[in-house]
Ligand binder design. Structure first.
Ligand SMILES: [Fe+2]
Ligand SMILES: [Fe+2]
Length: 354
């Protein structure tokens, strides 16, 4: 009986990871030949230092360590457990999405040096996904990664879009993990699961991955000029707003951390914005009250869309449509808010400065 229910749960978490909801992490595919034509020579010295650091692999042993955890401790708070599982499943989908994409680029890119970089990054993401899956397994709900790789819907993105989106998600990943880690360091009584103890080395991996994308973009500056600036701005808005809406759907989780979720998101925006000055030609003014009002409006519209889930009929369809138009308009308004121009760039670093 116990085995049956575990099998059912495994299917459910795999099913959840497979879902293609608007805000759920996606799997991507791209034009690897084009990435193979990117230039490295303009940043040769930094490239060699970066590759040496990846080769050194200082976090090799980190994700092999084990820990004890009694799943019963989460049973007392089913809502927190549900949100924590949702976080783990969404995180493993994102980590594994990176792994699959980097593996694909490694195998098809043509250029052996770029292939080697993506092999290192796929190695790290595979470790991260594996580590989350061990946590899920202890809770009886592991995700079947081979099913995910086979059955998940893949979205094609042009290489430059992959670079903008992945660079941002690596840096946001860093900012999120370090902010949670530092907070729980100050409030260890709030650390309700041991996985958070792993976040320091983990975030350094994500930081280094972001540096790799930053370096490749700086070596190929056409990616950062002209009308590409509009795409960068759009990706900034999309990635930031997605994170905001997703985090606000997990209130119990942040309550358990003893964090204000809105302040947490703004701290993550601040850190990411500061880092992204190394490469992006502009930053968003996320502390502008107009930006905040847009975020709140988006949140409200998304909650209303979710409320219509499973409701059928013409009325619900029209309502859904009008809410979607509202979401689109709000995102457009955020996109049109004035940005802060940035004179580039800063030196690439394998370890974060804070
Ligand atoms: Fe990762
Ligand atoms: Fe990463």
């Amino acid at each position: 009986m116990a085995e049956d229910s575990t099998a059912l749960d495994m299917n459910n978490s795999t099913k959840q990871a497979l879902e293609s909801r608007a805000l759920a992490p996606r799997f991507y595919t791209t034009d690897c030949d084009e990435i193979g034509r990117y230039d490295i020579d303009p940043v040769r010295e930094e490239w060699d230092a970066m590759m040496a650091a990846f080769e050194l692999d200082i976090n090799r042993e980190h994700f092999k360590q084990n820990y004890d955890f009694d799943p019963e401790t989460l049973e007392a708070d089913p809502e927190l457990k549900a949100e924590f599982l949702d976080l783990l499943v969404s995180s493993i989908t994102a980590e594994y999405s990176g792994c699959v994409l980097y593996q694909e680029i490694e195998s098809k890119v043509g250029d052996p040096e770029i292939a080697r970089l993506f092999r290192y990054m796929a190695r790290d993401e595979s470790r991260h996904a594996g580590f989350i899956n061990r946590a899920l397994k202890k809770l009886g709900v592991a995700v079947d990664l081979s099913v995910l790789k086979r059955d998940k819907e893949y979205t094609y993105f042009r290489p430059k879009f992959i670079f903008y989106a992945t660079y941002l998600s690596e840096k946001i990943g860093y900012a999120r993990y370090i902010t949670i880690y530092r907070h729980l360091e100050r409030h260890p009584e709030r650390r309700f699961h041991p996985i958070f103890k792993w976040f320091l080395e983990w975030c350094n991996d994500e930081f280094a991955h972001g540096e790799a994308f930053a370096l490749l973009m700086r070596a190929n500056p056409k990616l950062l000029r002209g009308y590409n600036k509009l795409f960068i701005r759009m990706f900034l808005v999309l990635v930031y707003t997605t994170m905001y809406v997703r985090d606000h759907s997990r209130p119990k989780l942040y309550e358990a951390f003893g964090m204000d979720v809105t302040e947490f998101d703004h701290t993550v925006f601040d850190i990411t914005t500061e880092i992204s000055k190394q490469v992006f030609p502009m930053t968003l003014n996320t502390r502008d009250p107009k930006f905040q009002r847009g975020l709140e409006r988006l949140l409200d519209l998304n909650i209303r869309v979710d409320g219509l889930q499973g409701v059928s009929g013409v009325g619900a369809t029209l309502k859904r449509l009008s809410l979607q138009v509202g979401i689109g308009t709000t995102i457009l308004r955020l996109f049109l808010l004035p940005t802060i121009p940035n004179e580039m760039p800063k030196q690439v670093a394998m370890q974060p400065a804070w």
